[in-house]
Design a protein around this ligand. Structure first.
Ligand code: HXC
Ligand code: NAP
Length: 272
């Protein structure tokens, strides 16, 4: 069977698209012909990503903004709309993470992650709505296994990502009548990323993570990009409100003993 997915003349916006998984997602869409806009806080990262997407042959642009700042996100998205027109696909994936127990984190530390991951997702989706193709647009939020699996030293991320999946489901209801599909993707452990650097910081934990994935490997940004291609394309035209793990089966087994490792590593650090 041959299958061609063509995003020529389609606009894909990737918020938090300047490193790791989300940058990989942007590159996959670029290789399938899409026009791409990326955004994140660092202008250097934005410029670097725009240059690499251009090198792949994509028409591309970017802007720097913090997802915690609704006005900045609105302003950046308005410039993208002016240049590229309506948005066919929105990928919202800006996030922050560090391992810390509740006893070892300040109220501001907890709030920071909730503000980036959850309130940031709300800002991005709200600011994009008027620019989304209706009917026909696809919104993809990048979640995490912490959304449904409690993990030690991850209370902030668990709380925030659970909220992300619930806003996904709620907006699938609210926007369904406009023909906009809204789904979440839950990446498993993705090799070479900032997230894995922070959560699996040594060879021992990395090895245990790999052993706990049923497919016995970490994923790649490309694995997540391919799932985004599917959810962004007409191949998934009747799929909305779904939270899709793309994790080699990792979450089926509770993500191995990542939780207890993170808890003991964080406690060691916090107790000095
Ligand atoms: C305890 C910490 C901390 C730590 C920061 N804080 N790091 N507390 N332990 N290790 C506290 C700070 O002291 C401060 O509280 C508050 O958090 C905010 O920190 P700032 O540095 O001022 O915030 P900011 O500059 O906004 O940076 C946000 C950040 C940062 C989340 C803290 O790490 C960041 O920008 N991260 C983006 C990149 C990232 O995290 N990528 C990984 C995503 S992976 P006080 O009280 O001192 O003011 C992911 C899921 C992976 O999300 C899942 C894998 C399975
Ligand atoms: P990453 O490289 O740190 O990517 C995070 C992106 O978000 C960067 O482009 C970053 O750029 C941007 N960003 C962070 N805070 C922001 C803010 N306040 N406003 C705007 N942009 C912001 O991390 P990653 O590991 O690839 O993770 C990407 C996504 O996948 C996240 O949603 C994460 O929760 C999810 N995830 C990751 C894994 C994994 O194995 N890595 C597993 C499950 C889920 P700037 O620094 O320039 O802002």
């Amino acid at each position: 069977m041959s299958l061609t997915i063509d995003f020529s003349n389609k606009t894909v916006v990737v918020i938090g698209g300047t490193s790791g998984i989300n940058r990989g997602v942007a590159e996959v869409f670029a290789r399938h012909g899409a026009r791409i806009a990326v955004a994140s806080r660092s202008d250097d990262k934005v410029q670097d990503t725009v240059a690499s997407l251009k090198a792949l042959g994509a028409e591309t642009m970017g802007f720097s903004a913090d997802v915690r700042d609704l006005a900045a996100i609105e302003g950046g998205l308005a410039t993208v709309h002016e240049a590229f027109g309506i948005f066919d696909v929105l990928v919202s994936g800006a996030a922050g993470n560090f391992p810390a127990t509740v006893n070892g984190m300040s109220a501001n530390a907890f709030r920071s992650v909730v503000e980036i991951d959850l309130i940031g997702t709300f800002h991005v989706m709200k600011a994009c709505f008027s620019y989304l193709k209706r009917p026909g647009a696809s919104v993809i939020n990048i979640s995490a296994p912490q959304a449904f699996l409690p993990m030690e030293a991850q209370a902030h991320v668990c709380s925030a990502k659970a909220g992300v999946d619930m806003i996904t489901r709620t907006l699938a209801l609210e926007w369904g009548g406009e023909g906009v599909r809204v789904n979440s993707i839950v990446p498993g452990p993705i090799d070479g990323t900032e997230g894995m650097l922070r959560l699996a910081p040594n060879e021992l934990v990395r090895k245990r993570v790999v052993e706990s994935v049923p497919l016995r490997r970490m994923g790649s940004p490309e694995d997540i990009g391919q799932a985004c291609l599917f959810l962004g394309s007409g191949l998934s035209s009747y799929i909305s409100g779904v939270v899709l793990p793309v994790d080699g089966g990792w979450s089926l087994g509770g993500c191995g003993d990542m939780s207890s490792y993170l808890g003991s590593l964080a406690r060691q650090k916090e107790q000095g």
